[in-house]
Design a protein around this ligand. Structure first.
Ligand code: RIB
Length: 306
């Protein structure tokens, strides 16, 4: 089973011709709301990939909660372990520019009430894949990593959003997934040696015995294990909206591990899914189905050892 411990948000999304500079006002082209939150997005991606998924999280007792969880319900994600608390459902204010790039401000609300005590409800078991991000309290992320190890489950920590305090947690996860900005910041915080990013990734993998995966947007993905370095390309696409692409990568990666794929195959599936997620707007509405991913994989994407 894939168990996601993380955030659930309602995304309030405006599209603009270009992102404003600080202090500037720009006119928007469109507005919509859509389910989001890094945890929820990853849970839905794992479910669309074919995984059996349980979500540990929290929403408010408000109308936003219904909209925020609608696609998770459609996707048959087990929500019996999502609490209803006396705080507003988390929200994310998102601006998407004409080039598909975005800026996001998240107001955690109910996500701040996901606490270590809630993890008992997760019923972690040997072989489970536990997906974590950094939009719920850090003590919960730490407890999730410990709980996964105690249960002999496999933990995957997505280091988004970057938080300097979590640097010591990275070595506790079996797999760490970071984007290039996050990895470069953690490499500084952890004082990783190496003349370039790949060398610093290798240093992390060798020192910790863990696998570090860095997503490079249109340039694909690079992964370092204690034994080797792998690279996998992204699909060549014109992005419409990159919101949720990283979450799609994490969810598909977790589901692929759960299904027994090896690291290279899991990376390839996840990279293709993340590319396809950039072709539509909205985090959850853009997550591809497993059939779409299979078709794109058949159409051919190369991956290999560096
Ligand atoms: O990663 C994208 C997500 O970040 C959005 O859905 C938003 O809710 C924020 O959590």
């Amino acid at each position: 089973m894939v168990i996601v411990i993380g955030s659930i948000n309602l995304d309030l999304i405006a599209t603009v011709g270009r992102l404003p500079k600080p202090g500037e006002t720009v006119l928007g082209d469109s507005f919509r709301s859509a389910p989001g939150g890094k945890g929820a997005n990853q849970a839905l991606a794992a479910a669309r990939a074919g995984g059996k998924v349980r979500m540990i999280g929290a929403v408010g007792k408000d109308g936003f909660a219904i909209e925020a969880t609608a696609l998770l319900r459609d996707g048959k994600v087990d929500l019996s372990t999502v609490a209803e608390v006396h705080a507003p459902t988390g929200t994310a204010l998102i601006l998407v520019g004409g080039d598909g790039e975005n800026v996001i401000a998240v107001v955690p609300g109910a996500n701040a009430a996901v606490l270590p005590g809630d993890l008992a409800k997760a019923h972690l078991a040997k072989g489970d894949i536990v997906l974590l991000q950094q939009e719920v309290p850090l003590e919960t992320v730490g407890a999730g990593l410990e709980g996964a190890r105690a249960a002999k489950a496999v933990s995957v920590l997505n280091t988004a959003p970057y938080l300097a305090e979590t640097a010591p947690l990275l070595a506790q996860a079996d797999y760490v997934i970071a984007n290039e900005t996050e990895f470069d910041l953690y490499a500084g915080a952890l004082k990783l040696d190496g003349e370039n990013r790949e060398a610093r990734m290798q240093a992390f993998a060798t020192q910790t015995g863990r696998t570090i995966i860095v997503t490079l947007g249109g340039d694909g993905v690079i992964a370092a294990t204690p034994e080797e370095t792998l690279t996998v390309p992204a699909l060549k696409i014109e992005p419409v909206d990159t919101v949720g692409a990283g979450d799609t990568f994490c969810g598909y990666f977790g589901a692929a591990l759960e299904a027994g794929h090896d690291l290279e195959a899991a990376l390839r599936r996840a990279a293709v899914a993340a590319s396809l997620a950039c072709l539509k707007s909205g985090a959850q509405p853009s997550i591809p189905t497993v059939d779409e991913v299979e078709q794109a994989l058949k159409a051919g994407t190369a991956g290999g050892r560096a």
